[in-house]
Design a protein around this ligand. Structure first.
Ligand SMILES: Cc1cc2nc3c(=O)[nH]c(=O)nc-3n(C[C@H](O)[C@H](O)[C@H](O)COP(=O)(O)OP(=O)(O)OC[C@H]3O[C@@H](n4cnc5c(N)ncnc54)[C@H](O)[C@@H]3O)c2cc1C
Length: 425
């Protein structure tokens, strides 16, 4: 392994994890360029499943992570699904997460601070306010700069201008900007004491609970050691890929929030009635990208595959990218002469997988809002056969969390095989 200079644009969960992995397995100088002055904590909670926990175990950080979790890892209680678009809503089904290695919930802020504490001391980071990145002189540039990634913009313009065919060039330009998913998201915090006081008969959700119904679904789970509930309402009200007019994020009236769940089960209605200062987000995602890598530049996390949040998988996927990329960069066979091939190997392993999750996240959002099942459209009559079909679609969609092998296994095998072939040339 020779020493490579690694520059990371973006110090979010993906960029910081990459610095931690490079620090654990190598001695490369790492520099993080972070544009924001502070960590954004909006949205509060973030959940991780078995695949991410395996990575944290490998990095020797799992025990410390568990101590910061909102509750102990929950093996047996998976998400609880309720059918709630009727006054007499009911418990529909729940998922057992044992196969997936359980679920861990943390505050985003705690997670970022935890990663920061574990970044190697030698790693330099730059936080100038209002700073716009210029590409530094470096051996490897990693764009971990989120959904609006400037690195992606530069990379895709460069790729597009190198192509003669107009249609292919247009397709690359179409990958640069995020698209509206047709979903509006209402993100709210509810004080548990307020809910208990105003609705003493309504049971407080103690784990991830989803209220599903036609065109809308509500996700709720406890945060701040149970003092508050994160209540996120998804309103599927537009077409995927259409333009979004107006501001992406805006404060809304409590009435707008309330009107959404009129006629719904009291457990869902009570949550929105106790909301304080609601805000609305126009949910955007990326179209599946055809490339994560160009020469010695790579994209990871939301910069490569910003997805709808219905599996709570975006941060976990960013960490899987970071882990695989970090292990390749610090691999004993990697050096300046073949680092572009190492990045290609990262792309071969991560692009098909992560793009698959982008598509599945989108599909599961449609199942949650009773818009479609795997086998076709589902009218909202709620007859048992239709509901069984939807339930199966939801359960199948989640299966990927337990399907795959250890994330590094395939990448290492490919890299060793490729280095063997390169040596013979
Ligand atoms: C409502 C909602 C709920 C979610 N819940 C979950 C969940 O439960 N579990 C889960 O795994 N994921 C969840 N996600 C997704 C998750 O938050 C993201 O996928 C994850 O944060 C992506 O990490 P990242 O490091 O790629 O990008 P980000 O976290 O966006 O970090 C990018 C960083 O780059 C910086 N930056 C941007 N531009 C520049 C620039 N030009 N130069 C330098 N720095 C720059 C930013 O300031 C930021 O710090 C959720 C998302 C949403 C919207």
């Amino acid at each position: 392994m020779s020493t490579l200079h690694v520059s990371i644009c973006g110090g979010g969960i993906g960029g910081l994890t990459l610095a931690v992995v490079v620090g654990k397995y190598g001695t490369h100088p790492v520099e993080i360029f972070e544009a924001g002055p502070t960590i954004t904590t909006i949205g509060a909670g973030i959940s991780f499943f078995g695949r991410t926990m395996d990575i944290m175990k490998d990095l020797g950080l799992y025990d410390e992570l568990v101590k910061m979790a909102i509750g102990p890892p929950q093996e047996n209680i998976g998400p609880i699904f309720r059918k709630s678009d009727q006054k007499d809503g009911y418990h529909w089904f729940s998922r057992n997460l044992k196969r997936e290695g359980g679920q861990l919930m943390l505050h985003r802020k705690d997670m970022v601070e935890f990663l920061l504490r574990n970044v190697p001391a030698s790693c330099k980071s730059t936080h100038p306010r209002g700073w716009t990145p210029t590409i530094p002189v470096t051996d490897v540039l990693v764009g971990a700069d989120g959904i609006h990634s400037a690195t992606r913009g530069t990379m895709y313009k460069r790729l597009a201008f190198s192509i003669r065919d107009d249609k292919s060039r247009e397709r690359l330009f179409d990958c640069i900007d995020p698209v509206w998913t047709g979903v509006l998201v209402y993100r709210n915090l509810v004080p548990a004491t307020k809910l208990l006081k105003e609705y003493p008969d309504v049971e407080l959700p103690t784990s991830l609970t989803l209220h599903l119904g036609k065109n809308k679904h509500v996700v709720t789970y406890p945060v701040s050691q149970g003092r508050e509930l994160n209540v996120v309402i998804f309103h599927h009200c537009g077409a995927f890929g259409g333009p979004f007019e107006g501001r992406w994020v805006t404060d809304v009236s409590e009435k707008e929030n309330l009107d959404l769940l009129e006629g719904w089960d009291v457990r869902a209605e009570a949550l929105v009635k106790c909301v304080e200062r609601p805000s609305r987000w126009a949910l955007h995602s990326l179209r599946p990208l055809p490339h994560y890598v160009d020469d010695q530049v790579a994209l990871l996390g939301d910069a490569a595959h910003a997805m709808e949040p219905h599996f709570g998988a975006g941060a976990g996927q960013a960490m899987e990218d970071a882990y695989v990329l970090g292990r390749l960069l610090t691999h004993e066979l990697t050096h300046l002469g073949n680092v572009a091939d190492a990045l290609k190997t990262y792309e071969e392993v991560r692009l098909p997988f992560a793009n698959g999750i982008v598509q599945r996240s989108r599909d599961v959002g449609l199942y949650y809002s009773f818009s479609v099942s795997q086998d076709g459209p589902v009218p909202a009559h709620g007859i048992p056969e239709e509901l069984d079909c939807l339930r199966k679609s939801i359960e199948d969609a989640w299966a990927w969390q337990s399907e795959s092998e250890w994330v590094w296994g395939d990448a290492e095998q490919r890299w060793r095989a490729k280095c063997g072939m390169l040596a013979k040339l």
